[in-house]
Design a protein around this ligand. Sequence first.
Ligand code: 0RQ
Length: 504
Amino acid sequence: MSGRIRSEAFKSKVMSAHEAAALVENGWNIGFSGFTGSGYPKAFPEALAAIIDAAHSKGEELRVGVWTGASTAPELDGALARTGGISYRAPYQSDPEMRTAINKGVSYYQDIHLSHMGPQVSQGFLGKLNVAVIEVTAINEDGDLIPSSSVGMNRTYLDYADKVILEVNGWQSEGLYGMHDIYYPIGALPPNRVPLPIQAAGDRIGGKVLKVDPDKVIAIIETNAPDRNTPFKLLDDDSRAIANNLLDFLGNEVKQGRMPKNLLPLQSGVGNIANAVLAGLLDGPFENLTSYTEVIQDGMVDLLDSGKLTVASATAFSLSPKAAEKMNDNASHYAKKIVLRPQDVSNHPEAIRRMGVIACNGMIEADIYGNVNSTHVMGSRMQNGIGGSGDFTRNGWVSSFVTPSTAKGGAISCIVPMVNHVDHTEHDVQVIITEQGLADLRGMAPRQRAKLIIDNCAHPDFKEPLREYVKLAEKKANGMHTPHDLATALGWHVRFLETGTMVQ
Ligand code: 0RQ
């Protein structure tokens, strides 16, 4: 044994991943730990996938509901989705195999705001939670659990599951102890909800450990395996240009007296552009920054190292292998500057609204009136999910969305007459940014927005076609508030589906 299981009561429950996975019954819902590729169980899901494959090859029915914090890794979403054994998946995923199962209609998928997942599970809307499978760093003598590299939904799953399986991962640094802030009262349901007493990104309001009823623990698996930790792409010209447009905007907000010199707490989505923004901040003029976000990427760790960022609050890491190694070696040092919270706290509307978070998220497309689609490709296909973007967009002080102006080598305009699916409405979206420029939509009516978005954000190849659409819409519309020609509003998407390009 690794020495990470320090409670006598738990030692006798150690078994292999196969033995633990064999306890799962057809139709069970499983609440897995894991958020943006960190802190997910490493051995149980693949063992379960092998058991599902074996059952299916004998013609037996074995399918499960898979609930997580957010996206996981090929060893979890990938392995289970490949079997065809996931009946239902929630809330956020980004795995290619999982995406295929959803888009083929093999698995149902419910795309839930990350801050809503806890309350919805607690209310029982998703059905009964049969088992929670949670990765931890260690089990203390008193049976308390030291969380690993993500917190996500773990508090709720441990509380609400009938049974619990723990994976104790020796790869996770023991220095993580003290980084987590687990606030329990926020799990209360109406009418017993309490205020969230967070006034600044670094406030600690809870305990360092997760609690579990030892009687519910049916198995413990020992692992020693790293998190997914995919390296980031090198910054390209487009992501650098997008980052610069956002940083200029923030500089101007300070100049206009609308933000303090050290800005307001930053939230940044995942991916290349988000990392470019963080890299831009490293070279930029802003000091004493803070972050209230959901994911800590490499750029955030660099900012902490430089001293430009004083504190970062999140629910999970999403690091490259190099940065993960650095985090593992120095976790107790970073624990003074990083707070990892449950996702119903990291993404809580009350804290985001009170602190005035600057939200910045990626998108698939925006339309000329400022509606944003973060999730769907050509109306029907799911890409990843809304994740936490809605939590931060609706409640932030500034809500911005970033994308290159075109996709698929210029065949697709990311600025369209009408989005093929709405995740963030025109009422929530304040700033749209592409490599072409930035549209500050605050204080603007729909037709004013259309002009600004086309002039500042659309790719030159699509500016004139968009202006032509506006003219046509204004001629044909039944009203001049948000003019549309309903017969052609989605024509660009239809053209892409029929010909492989939106270009006329
Ligand atoms: O497809 O992979 O087949 O090449 O979409 O696009 O440009 O690589 O951008 O990785 O930053 O993802 C919105 C998906 C952007 C992401 C989204 C195609 C494009 C490519 C990916 P390929 P890029 P990114 C915090 C907040 C929602 C969740 C969120 C996301 C693929 O940012 O999932 O914000 N956001 N969470 O070719 C058709 C278009 C397209 C398009 C891009 N207009 N039409 N395809 N693509 N634009 C994190 C969490 O919540 C956990």
